[in-house]
Design a protein around this ligand. Structure first.
Ligand SMILES: *[C@@H]1O[C@H](CO)[C@@H](O)[C@H](O)[C@H]1NC(C)=O
Ligand SMILES: *[C@@H]1O[C@H](CO)[C@@H](O)[C@H](O)[C@H]1NC(C)=O
Ligand SMILES: *[C@@H]1O[C@H](CO)[C@@H](O)[C@H](O)[C@H]1NC(C)=O
Ligand SMILES: *[C@@H]1O[C@H](CO)[C@@H](O)[C@H](O)[C@H]1NC(C)=O
Ligand SMILES: *[C@@H]1O[C@H](CO)[C@@H](O)[C@H](O)[C@H]1NC(C)=O
Ligand SMILES: CC(=O)N[C@H]1CO[C@H](CO)[C@@H](O)[C@@H]1O
Length: 835
């Protein structure tokens, strides 16, 4: 029982490892790379930039920082300059009070956590103000503090947290401020509320009803005009899963902007609050349950607002998924459907949730309940947790990053060549890299990663300026502007097409890779990246011209010296290998290193021409050619030969001499092979006989690389008699290797099976109080459930309270039988297991 459960978890782990390991950025730009110049805004007087707000014309960036609000000119893409700074510090007395409360001096500042455009003339800002939150109006024109309607400084309680390390969210709609934050000094009273309302529109907040919010971490909020609703995104303790201690769930909650509260019941309280679970989970895998960041992407023009997508980054609370994160997309349509469905109800005596079976008095979450009856409002007050979970649009995870933890996300729709729309995601990693990913039919392609921070930074903010073509990254130290693309970095048609960047296309006339907006006749293939189809416009003449421009670099060596040849390759998705003109590269003589370099001892037989070639997406190009020659004077000391402008560690930012077609096609004397042996992906038009031969060797070469042989044995031709012997050796070694690996895997798997249950327990230790509070489960039941939790999750998501909490279905069945039946139900999807 427990074994099968852990087996399930192990299988899911294995499938995660095997399925998602290919999400590798194609290019990598460390800080300072010439290919991506970043502009940085820092100021010695500015610390802890925490809030970013772009003006409507995207020409000014407002920054909420420590004890100040700044306005920065971002109208120039390559520079950010400070326009104005508004000081807003707590007084000496405020600081003394803060210190009296026992707070650290460095936290007793005013950290600006709300910065919103209120109306055409004013902005609104709130700060922690030495653990005593305050809000101010800011005159946008003079950038000075202004008084609000009340004439005095506004209290910030319920609008901004007290503690600078607590997360919050805020959004203004029609001059009213909607916030999600904790509303007390100790940080235990979370609230979603509305402020700055006028007239019959009154300020509203959550009722103190049990369970409206359970220790939430607020992430973001958004207004959807067509629904007249504000949506809040956060994670909180999922009390409906009371058989797992401190199980975190991600939520979407909603309120209507037309809400004015009830007349007796729910007076000055939301009558339209409802929440639902966001479930980012793949089949047979643990859920990614903790929301880190989420953004909305409006639908393409002309389509219904229901097609709005919310792209969220999720991490998991389980050790097995540590350091990994997933991106899921949820559609507004699905969110609406879940809110329109059934709701769960909390039994106040047992504190257990169940699906409501009684008569439905109202539709919870519906707008316009202001003069509904008390009965209706009482029903609404108790029915706020939607029964169903919101599942990802397109029934799957958008992306799983096997080794990167993402913290922030921005999304954009880009119109590529031929009028096709693509979704681009900008994902900031914990380690300080910005990934640019394009979503394609058959998965995600990460176009590039750009290093924005040297070190991981605690406070981060990601803001996309579409009109400026820049991603603004806010950290504790300042703001960095990253251009969304730099097409001129791609120097050939092949590189431009292989990049699969929807911003970039190859201009066949100007012969450069350029911004797609400028022209409409550009060559681009974001979906396939098929160079051989896209770059065929080149005339045979221009091809031959280009081949002739490849001059091999002369490398002078003395005999018996160790020669290192470098092969700088830009793309992480390309496979690099070496070839020689007149002899093969025997693994006994040649060593190919991880960085693509080739090492060998100079002997009379190893002198000659070498080519380093890369194969990416079926397209082969020569990255570099060398001519290794013997020095005229043999007395010169031996030296390591590097290409002058390349260092082994940097693979990027280097343009290498490149051919768009096969440069050297040696004359062949052997008969032309049969057509069925021809690999079409590398067939140039000029020399069919020669290339088909090469193609076959390529095929073989690639096959051998798959067997994890670092040594390549491609050879050009000739010395054919020797070939079989090397091949045999290779086969024997490979078979032995495979045997070893499978033996190791079996051992590891068996060990892992035993370790697994303990690993899948949520990291947060259970507190005794929680155990007692959640009632019925005995310690033994809890223990066994813990072991089974990995498999339970999926089930929970589908019918979170179906069998385990629903009074009828529960029927005294122990949780063990429950998970047993579940396993059976999921067995249909399990691959046949060896154990
Ligand atoms: C774009 O790339 C080119 C070529 O590497 C480089 O010269 C230029 O500075 C880059 N521009 C930006 C804005 O990064
Ligand atoms: C402010 O910045 C300092 C230095 O980067 C950092 O140590 C501190 O945690 C930050 N404070 C907050 C509230 O983010
Ligand atoms: C914007 O809000 C401020 C503060 O409430 C108010 O004084 C000002 O008149 C408003 N401006 C407009 C154009 O409504
Ligand atoms: C509902 O309330 C509005 C004011 O909020 C009032 O004008 C209207 O007459 C009320 N409708 C009913 C049916 O009571
Ligand atoms: C490129 O397109 C050609 C012709 O449609 C096709 O034969 C080839 O397989 C494609 N290559 C790749 C890598 O998709
Ligand atoms: C090293 C190697 O595999 N060379 C082969 C290249 O292709 C020719 C033609 O098929 C073979 O005869 C060589 O053995």
């Amino acid at each position: 029982m427990v074994h099968s459960a852990s087996l399930c978890a192990c299988l899911s782990l294995l499938s995660v490892l095997s399925c998602h390991s290919h999400v590798l950025p194609r290019l990598s730009f460390p800080t300072g790379s010439p290919g991506r110049s970043l502009s940085i805004f820092t100021n010695p007087d500015v610390y802890n930039t925490t809030t970013l707000l772009l003006s409507n014309d995207e020409g000014t960036l407002f920054i909420g920082a420590r004890d100040s609000v700044l306005s920065v000119d971002v109208s120039q893409t390559d520079a950010m300059t400070m326009k104005e700074k508004l000081d807003w510090s707590p007084s000496e007395k405020d600081l003394a009070d803060c210190a009296m409360k026992g707070k650290m001096k460095m936290d007793c500042h005013n950290f600006v956590r709300v910065l919103q455009e209120l109306n055409s003339t004013h902005m609104y800002a709130c700060g922690t103000f030495a653990f005593s939150p305050r809000c101010i109006y800011i005159n946008s024109k003079t950038f000075s503090m202004a008084t609000g309607p009340s004439g005095k400084p506004e209290e910030g309680r319920g609008r901004c947290p007290y503690d600078p390390y607590q997360k919050n969210t805020a959004i203004t709609v029609d001059g009213e401020l909607y916030t999600g934050t904790v509303a007390d000094y100790r940080g235990t009273r979370p609230v979603i509320s509305r402020h700055l309302s006028e007239g019959s529109h009154i300020d509203l907040k959550l009722d103190d009803t049990l369970g409206w919010l359970e220790d939430p971490t607020f992430i973001s909020s958004t207004y959807v005009p067509s629904e007249e609703k504000v949506y809040f995104f956060f994670s909180e303790t999922g009390k409906e899963y009371d058989f797992i201690d401190k199980f975190t769930v991600s939520r979407v909650a909603q309120v209507c902007t037309s809400d004015v509260g009830g007349q007796r019941t729910l007076q000055k309280r939301w009558t339209t609050f409802a929440k639902a679970q966001l479930l980012c989970q793949a089949e047979q895998e643990l859920p990614y349950n903790i929301l880190q960041d989420i953004v909305s992407l409006s639908p393409p023009e002309g389509t219904s607002e229901d097609e709005t997508l919310f792209y969220g980054i999720f991490t998991s609370q389980w050790q097995v998924n540590l350091g990994r994160s997933a991106v899921c997309a949820f559609s507004l349509k699905d969110i609406k459907k879940v809110f329109n469905g059934h709701y769960k109800v909390l039994n106040r005596d047992t504190l257990k949730w169940s699906t409501r079976v009684q008569e439905q008095m109202a539709n919870p979450g519906e707008c316009g309940l202001h003069n509904a009856s008390d009965n209706t409002l009482r029903f609404v007050k108790d029915n706020f947790l939607a029964d169903k979970s919101v599942r990802p649009a397109n029934q799957g995870l958008t992306l799983v990053s096997p080794d990167k933890s993402y913290s922030n996300i921005a999304a954009q729709r880009v119109r590529g060549a031929r009028g096709r729309d693509y979704t681009l995601l900008y994902l900031l990693t914990e380690s300080g890299y910005l990934h640019k990913a394009v979503l394609l039919k058959n998965g995600v392609h990460i176009i590039e990663e750009i290093q924005v921070f040297h070190q991981p930074q605690p406070v981060k903010n990601l803001l996309l300026s579409v009109s400026k073509g820049a991603v603004l990254v806010g950290s504790s130290e300042g703001v960095i502007s990253v251009p969304v693309s730099n097409c001129s970095y791609y120097w050939s048609c092949a590189e431009c097409v292989l990049a699969r960047d929807p911003f970039c296309g190859w201009d066949p006339v100007m012969k450069l890779c350029t911004d797609i907006h400028a022209h409409d006749h550009l060559v681009q293939d974001v979906d396939e990246g098929n160079v051989s189809v896209q770059c065929t416009y080149m005339t045979p003449r221009s091809r031959s011209v280009q081949s002739r421009t490849l001059s091999s670099e002369v490398v002078s060596v003395s005999l018996n010296e160790v020669v290192h040849l470098q092969c700088p390759g830009a793309s992480h998705l390309a496979k690099r290998h070496w070839e020689r003109l007149n002899s093969q590269l025997s693994p006994k003589i040649y060593i190919q290193s991880d960085d693509g370099g080739l090492s060998f001892v100079a002997t009379p037989s190893t002198l000659g021409h070498y080519l380093c070639q890369s194969v990416e997406n079926g397209y082969t190009q020569t990255l570099v050619a060398y001519n290794v020659k013997q020095k005229s004077s043999p007395t010169v000391p031996p030296a390591t030969l590097n290409r002058p402008h390349s260092t082994p560690s940097t693979e990027t930012g280097i343009k290498t001499p490149v051919l768009t077609t096969r440069p050297i096609t040696p004359e062949q004397t052997e008969p032309t092979p049969k057509p069925d042996e021809v690999d079409p992906t590398v067939t140039p038009k000029d020399s069919p006989a020669a290339t088909t031969r090469r193609s076959r060797n390529f095929t073989r070469l690639l096959g051998m690389e798959k067997e994890d042989s670092r040594m390549t044995e491609p050879g050009e031709n000739l010395q054919q008699a020797d070939t079989p012997s090397y091949f045999q050796e290779l086969v024997v070694v490979s078979v032995l290797l495979a045997l070893c690996i499978s033996a190791l895997l079996t051992i590891a798997f068996n060990r892992f099976r035993h370790l697994c249950p303990s690993k899948t327990v949520p990291q947060t230790p259970s507190s005794r109080r929680d155990v007692e509070k959640s009632g019925s489960a005995t310690p033994q039941e809890r223990e066994s459930l813990r072991g089974n939790s990995p498999c339970l999750e999926k089930r929970n998501g589908q019918a979170p309270n179906g069998q385990s909490h629903n009074g009828q279905a529960h029927n005294g069945k122990s949780p063990i039988t429950l998970s047993n039946s579940m396993l059976n139900s999921s067995n249909g999807h399990l691959p046949n297991t060896p154990i």
